[in-house]
Design a protein around this ligand. Structure first.
Ligand code: PMV
Length: 323
Protein backbone atom coordinates (compact mmCIF):
# COMPACT_ATOMS: atom_id res chain seq x y z
CA UNK A 1 0.00 0.00 0.00
CA UNK A 2 1.34 3.46 -0.86
CA UNK A 3 1.87 6.03 1.86
CA UNK A 4 3.03 9.64 2.30
CA UNK A 5 4.46 11.23 5.46
CA UNK A 6 4.37 14.99 6.02
CA UNK A 7 5.51 17.00 9.02
CA UNK A 8 4.84 20.49 10.36
CA UNK A 9 6.49 22.57 13.07
CA UNK A 10 5.39 23.71 16.50
CA UNK A 11 5.42 27.44 17.06
CA UNK A 12 6.11 30.00 19.76
CA UNK A 13 4.27 33.30 19.63
CA UNK A 14 6.94 35.90 20.36
CA UNK A 15 4.60 38.91 20.51
CA UNK A 16 0.89 39.69 20.26
CA UNK A 17 -1.10 36.58 21.24
CA UNK A 18 -4.74 37.40 22.04
CA UNK A 19 -4.31 40.95 20.69
CA UNK A 20 -3.97 39.41 17.21
CA UNK A 21 -7.50 37.96 17.53
CA UNK A 22 -8.86 41.52 17.30
CA UNK A 23 -6.58 42.59 14.48
CA UNK A 24 -3.29 43.61 16.17
CA UNK A 25 0.04 42.56 14.68
CA UNK A 26 1.47 39.27 15.96
CA UNK A 27 5.01 37.89 15.65
CA UNK A 28 5.56 34.13 15.67
CA UNK A 29 8.36 31.66 15.01
CA UNK A 30 8.34 28.02 13.94
CA UNK A 31 10.42 25.92 16.35
CA UNK A 32 12.21 22.57 16.06
CA UNK A 33 9.49 20.29 17.42
CA UNK A 34 7.29 18.60 14.81
CA UNK A 35 4.07 16.70 14.27
CA UNK A 36 4.45 13.87 11.70
CA UNK A 37 1.46 12.38 9.94
CA UNK A 38 1.71 9.25 7.78
CA UNK A 39 -1.27 8.54 5.51
CA UNK A 40 -1.53 5.04 3.97
CA UNK A 41 -4.08 3.82 1.42
CA UNK A 42 -6.77 1.54 2.83
CA UNK A 43 -9.98 -0.24 1.82
CA UNK A 44 -13.49 0.40 3.12
CA UNK A 45 -15.15 3.71 3.87
CA UNK A 46 -13.36 5.16 6.85
CA UNK A 47 -10.29 7.01 8.04
CA UNK A 48 -8.60 5.07 10.83
CA UNK A 49 -6.59 7.42 13.00
CA UNK A 50 -3.86 6.27 15.38
CA UNK A 51 -2.56 8.92 17.76
CA UNK A 52 -1.05 8.32 21.18
CA UNK A 53 -1.44 12.04 21.88
CA UNK A 54 -5.18 11.94 21.13
CA UNK A 55 -5.69 8.80 23.16
CA UNK A 56 -5.42 5.79 20.82
CA UNK A 57 -7.37 4.57 17.78
CA UNK A 58 -10.39 6.30 16.23
CA UNK A 59 -12.49 5.88 13.11
CA UNK A 60 -14.12 8.53 10.96
CA UNK A 61 -17.01 7.22 8.83
CA UNK A 62 -16.46 9.03 5.53
CA UNK A 63 -20.16 8.64 4.68
CA UNK A 64 -21.31 10.15 8.00
CA UNK A 65 -18.84 12.80 9.13
CA UNK A 66 -21.30 14.17 11.70
CA UNK A 67 -20.83 11.05 13.87
CA UNK A 68 -17.09 11.75 14.39
CA UNK A 69 -15.79 11.47 17.99
CA UNK A 70 -14.81 14.85 19.50
CA UNK A 71 -11.00 14.37 19.80
CA UNK A 72 -10.72 13.84 16.04
CA UNK A 73 -13.46 16.26 14.90
CA UNK A 74 -10.80 18.59 13.34
CA UNK A 75 -9.84 15.79 10.88
CA UNK A 76 -13.51 15.36 9.88
CA UNK A 77 -13.80 19.11 9.38
CA UNK A 78 -10.83 19.04 6.97
CA UNK A 79 -12.38 16.10 5.05
CA UNK A 80 -15.66 18.04 4.80
CA UNK A 81 -13.75 21.09 3.51
CA UNK A 82 -11.97 18.93 0.89
CA UNK A 83 -15.28 17.30 -0.14
CA UNK A 84 -16.90 20.70 -0.67
CA UNK A 85 -14.03 21.58 -3.00
CA UNK A 86 -14.48 18.35 -4.99
CA UNK A 87 -11.29 16.65 -3.84
CA UNK A 88 -11.46 12.87 -4.08
CA UNK A 89 -12.10 11.48 -0.62
CA UNK A 90 -10.65 8.01 -0.04
CA UNK A 91 -10.24 5.63 2.90
CA UNK A 92 -6.86 5.73 4.63
CA UNK A 93 -4.90 4.87 7.74
CA UNK A 94 -3.59 7.99 9.48
CA UNK A 95 -0.74 7.69 11.98
CA UNK A 96 0.09 10.79 14.03
CA UNK A 97 3.40 11.08 15.89
CA UNK A 98 4.43 14.31 17.56
CA UNK A 99 7.00 15.58 20.04
CA UNK A 100 5.07 18.84 20.60
CA UNK A 101 3.72 19.18 24.17
CA UNK A 102 -0.10 19.13 24.02
CA UNK A 103 -2.33 21.92 25.29
CA UNK A 104 0.70 24.11 25.97
CA UNK A 105 0.21 26.91 23.43
CA UNK A 106 2.89 25.49 21.13
CA UNK A 107 0.67 24.93 18.10
CA UNK A 108 0.31 21.15 18.26
CA UNK A 109 -3.21 21.13 16.78
CA UNK A 110 -2.35 23.37 13.79
CA UNK A 111 0.84 21.36 13.09
CA UNK A 112 -1.11 18.09 13.11
CA UNK A 113 -3.86 19.54 10.90
CA UNK A 114 -1.52 20.95 8.25
CA UNK A 115 0.68 17.82 8.18
CA UNK A 116 -2.44 15.63 7.80
CA UNK A 117 -3.89 17.81 5.02
CA UNK A 118 -0.64 17.79 3.05
CA UNK A 119 0.02 14.06 3.39
CA UNK A 120 -3.62 13.13 2.59
CA UNK A 121 -3.79 15.29 -0.53
CA UNK A 122 -0.23 14.43 -1.67
CA UNK A 123 -0.90 10.67 -1.50
CA UNK A 124 -3.26 10.95 -4.46
CA UNK A 125 -1.08 13.33 -6.39
CA UNK A 126 -3.01 16.55 -5.66
CA UNK A 127 -1.13 18.29 -2.80
CA UNK A 128 -2.79 21.54 -1.75
CA UNK A 129 -0.83 24.76 -2.24
CA UNK A 130 0.22 26.85 0.78
CA UNK A 131 -2.81 29.13 0.69
CA UNK A 132 -5.18 26.14 0.59
CA UNK A 133 -3.26 24.40 3.38
CA UNK A 134 -3.68 27.49 5.57
CA UNK A 135 -7.43 27.57 4.81
CA UNK A 136 -7.90 23.87 5.61
CA UNK A 137 -5.90 24.23 8.84
CA UNK A 138 -8.02 27.23 9.87
CA UNK A 139 -11.09 24.98 9.43
CA UNK A 140 -9.58 22.47 11.86
CA UNK A 141 -8.74 25.28 14.29
CA UNK A 142 -12.32 26.61 14.16
CA UNK A 143 -13.46 23.14 15.25
CA UNK A 144 -10.93 23.11 18.11
CA UNK A 145 -10.89 26.76 19.20
CA UNK A 146 -13.96 28.58 17.93
CA UNK A 147 -12.40 31.83 16.76
CA UNK A 148 -8.78 31.46 15.63
CA UNK A 149 -6.89 34.51 14.37
CA UNK A 150 -5.07 32.35 11.80
CA UNK A 151 -1.62 32.88 13.33
CA UNK A 152 -1.10 29.17 14.16
CA UNK A 153 -2.18 27.84 10.72
CA UNK A 154 0.02 30.41 8.95
CA UNK A 155 3.19 29.58 10.88
CA UNK A 156 2.67 25.81 10.64
CA UNK A 157 2.35 26.09 6.85
CA UNK A 158 4.93 28.81 6.06
CA UNK A 159 7.49 28.20 8.84
CA UNK A 160 10.29 30.71 9.49
CA UNK A 161 9.61 33.80 11.61
CA UNK A 162 6.60 35.82 10.46
CA UNK A 163 4.64 38.96 11.20
CA UNK A 164 0.93 38.24 10.98
CA UNK A 165 -2.20 40.35 10.97
CA UNK A 166 -5.59 38.68 10.38
CA UNK A 167 -6.84 39.17 6.83
CA UNK A 168 -3.35 39.91 5.45
CA UNK A 169 -0.67 37.71 3.92
CA UNK A 170 2.03 36.88 6.50
CA UNK A 171 5.34 38.70 6.05
CA UNK A 172 8.61 36.81 6.61
CA UNK A 173 11.12 38.37 9.02
CA UNK A 174 14.86 37.94 8.50
CA UNK A 175 16.37 37.70 11.96
CA UNK A 176 19.66 39.59 12.55
CA UNK A 177 22.78 37.40 12.84
CA UNK A 178 23.60 38.82 16.28
CA UNK A 179 20.74 36.75 17.70
CA UNK A 180 22.64 33.50 17.04
CA UNK A 181 24.37 34.23 20.38
CA UNK A 182 20.98 33.87 22.13
CA UNK A 183 18.57 31.00 22.74
CA UNK A 184 14.85 30.84 23.15
CA UNK A 185 13.96 28.59 26.08
CA UNK A 186 10.44 27.15 26.34
CA UNK A 187 9.04 25.86 29.64
CA UNK A 188 5.65 24.15 29.83
CA UNK A 189 3.93 24.63 33.20
CA UNK A 190 2.09 21.35 32.58
CA UNK A 191 -1.19 23.11 33.44
CA UNK A 192 -3.56 22.12 30.65
CA UNK A 193 -5.78 24.87 29.38
CA UNK A 194 -8.17 25.39 26.58
CA UNK A 195 -7.47 28.04 23.95
CA UNK A 196 -11.19 28.55 23.33
CA UNK A 197 -11.92 29.31 27.00
CA UNK A 198 -8.98 31.73 27.21
CA UNK A 199 -9.93 33.53 23.97
CA UNK A 200 -13.59 33.87 25.02
CA UNK A 201 -12.55 35.15 28.46
CA UNK A 202 -10.33 37.85 26.93
CA UNK A 203 -12.87 38.90 24.29
CA UNK A 204 -15.54 39.27 26.98
CA UNK A 205 -13.21 41.36 29.17
CA UNK A 206 -12.20 43.48 26.17
CA UNK A 207 -15.84 44.21 25.31
CA UNK A 208 -16.83 45.10 28.89
CA UNK A 209 -13.80 47.39 29.38
CA UNK A 210 -13.35 48.61 25.83
CA UNK A 211 -12.48 52.20 26.83
CA UNK A 212 -9.65 50.85 28.99
CA UNK A 213 -8.44 47.84 27.04
CA UNK A 214 -8.49 49.51 23.61
CA UNK A 215 -5.31 51.24 24.78
CA UNK A 216 -3.75 47.92 25.73
CA UNK A 217 -4.57 46.51 22.27
CA UNK A 218 -2.97 49.59 20.67
CA UNK A 219 0.10 49.20 22.87
CA UNK A 220 0.40 45.54 21.85
CA UNK A 221 0.25 46.47 18.17
CA UNK A 222 2.95 49.12 18.62
CA UNK A 223 5.04 46.68 20.61
CA UNK A 224 4.97 44.10 17.76
CA UNK A 225 6.08 46.77 15.26
CA UNK A 226 9.10 47.62 17.43
CA UNK A 227 9.81 43.94 18.01
CA UNK A 228 10.04 43.33 14.24
CA UNK A 229 12.69 46.07 13.96
CA UNK A 230 14.59 44.62 16.94
CA UNK A 231 14.44 41.10 15.44
CA UNK A 232 15.80 42.36 12.11
CA UNK A 233 18.59 44.26 13.87
CA UNK A 234 19.39 41.32 16.13
CA UNK A 235 18.91 43.63 19.13
CA UNK A 236 18.46 41.13 21.97
CA UNK A 237 18.32 43.70 24.78
CA UNK A 238 15.35 45.50 23.21
CA UNK A 239 13.64 42.21 22.40
CA UNK A 240 13.96 41.10 26.02
CA UNK A 241 12.48 44.35 27.31
CA UNK A 242 9.62 44.15 24.81
CA UNK A 243 8.92 40.55 25.90
CA UNK A 244 8.67 41.72 29.51
CA UNK A 245 6.27 44.51 28.53
CA UNK A 246 4.22 42.06 26.45
CA UNK A 247 3.98 39.76 29.45
CA UNK A 248 2.64 42.67 31.49
CA UNK A 249 -0.04 43.32 28.86
CA UNK A 250 -1.05 39.64 28.95
CA UNK A 251 -1.34 39.83 32.73
CA UNK A 252 -3.51 42.95 32.28
CA UNK A 253 -6.00 40.97 30.17
CA UNK A 254 -6.14 38.25 32.79
CA UNK A 255 -4.37 35.26 31.21
CA UNK A 256 -1.47 34.91 33.65
CA UNK A 257 -1.57 32.65 36.70
CA UNK A 258 0.63 32.39 39.82
CA UNK A 259 2.37 29.35 38.27
CA UNK A 260 3.16 31.22 35.02
CA UNK A 261 4.36 34.28 36.96
CA UNK A 262 6.67 32.00 38.92
CA UNK A 263 8.20 30.59 35.70
CA UNK A 264 8.48 34.03 34.07
CA UNK A 265 10.29 35.50 37.09
CA UNK A 266 12.42 32.39 37.63
CA UNK A 267 13.76 32.82 34.07
CA UNK A 268 14.49 36.53 34.61
CA UNK A 269 16.16 35.91 37.99
CA UNK A 270 18.39 33.26 36.38
CA UNK A 271 19.57 35.75 33.76
CA UNK A 272 17.04 35.81 30.89
CA UNK A 273 16.87 39.13 29.02
CA UNK A 274 13.11 38.78 28.81
CA UNK A 275 10.35 36.25 29.43
CA UNK A 276 6.64 35.99 28.84
CA UNK A 277 3.67 33.71 28.42
CA UNK A 278 3.45 32.25 24.92
CA UNK A 279 0.07 31.28 23.43
CA UNK A 280 -3.29 31.57 25.12
CA UNK A 281 -2.08 31.50 28.75
CA UNK A 282 -4.12 30.40 31.84
CA UNK A 283 -1.60 27.53 31.85
CA UNK A 284 0.61 26.20 29.09
CA UNK A 285 4.07 27.53 28.32
CA UNK A 286 6.35 30.52 28.81
CA UNK A 287 9.33 31.56 26.68
CA UNK A 288 12.57 33.24 27.73
CA UNK A 289 15.27 34.94 25.67
CA UNK A 290 18.66 33.98 27.07
CA UNK A 291 22.32 34.54 26.12
CA UNK A 292 23.86 31.16 25.27
CA UNK A 293 26.28 31.34 28.22
CA UNK A 294 23.35 31.68 30.63
CA UNK A 295 21.17 29.04 28.94
CA UNK A 296 22.26 26.08 31.14
CA UNK A 297 21.40 27.88 34.38
CA UNK A 298 18.06 29.22 33.08
CA UNK A 299 17.13 25.75 31.77
CA UNK A 300 18.12 24.15 35.07
CA UNK A 301 16.12 26.63 37.18
CA UNK A 302 13.05 26.21 34.97
CA UNK A 303 13.38 22.40 35.02
CA UNK A 304 13.23 22.54 38.82
CA UNK A 305 9.73 24.01 38.48
CA UNK A 306 8.26 22.97 35.14
CA UNK A 307 7.65 19.41 33.90
CA UNK A 308 9.03 20.19 30.41
CA UNK A 309 11.73 22.72 29.50
CA UNK A 310 13.87 22.93 26.37
CA UNK A 311 15.94 25.41 24.38
CA UNK A 312 14.47 25.57 20.85
CA UNK A 313 15.67 26.69 17.42
CA UNK A 314 13.87 29.55 15.66
CA UNK A 315 12.74 29.80 12.06
CA UNK A 316 12.24 26.09 11.28
CA UNK A 317 10.69 24.89 7.99
CA UNK A 318 6.94 24.92 7.52
CA UNK A 319 4.85 21.92 6.53
CA UNK A 320 6.62 19.57 4.09
CA UNK A 321 6.45 16.10 2.62
CA UNK A 322 9.15 13.93 4.17
CA UNK A 323 8.69 10.71 2.22
O1 PMV B 1 -3.58 27.83 20.94
P1 PMV B 1 -2.58 28.81 21.44
O2 PMV B 1 -2.37 28.73 22.90
O3 PMV B 1 -1.31 28.79 20.66
O4 PMV B 1 -3.20 30.26 21.23
C1 PMV B 1 -3.22 30.86 19.99
C2 PMV B 1 -3.02 32.30 20.13
C3 PMV B 1 -4.23 33.15 20.44
O5 PMV B 1 -3.88 34.47 20.05
C4 PMV B 1 -4.54 33.15 21.93
C5 PMV B 1 -5.48 32.71 19.69
C6 PMV B 1 -5.39 32.97 18.20
O6 PMV B 1 -6.14 32.30 17.47
O7 PMV B 1 -4.64 33.84 17.76
Amino acid sequence: MRSVTASAPAKAILFGEHFVVKGALGVVTAIDLRARVKVTEDRGSSLTIYSRELGGKYKINLNNLESTPKPIAPFARIIKWLKERDYTIYPAIVEVKSNIPLGAGLGSSAATASAFTLSYTALHGAPLNQRELVEATIEAEIEAHGRPSGIDPNISVHGGVIAYRPGHEPVGITVGRELSEYKLVVADSGLKRNTKTAVEFVLDLASRYSGVLDHVYKAANELSKRAIIALERGDATTLGELMNINHGLLAAIGVSTPELEDLVYTARRAGALGSKITGAGLGGAIIALVHKDKTPIVVQELRNRAPWTSPVKLGESGVLVES
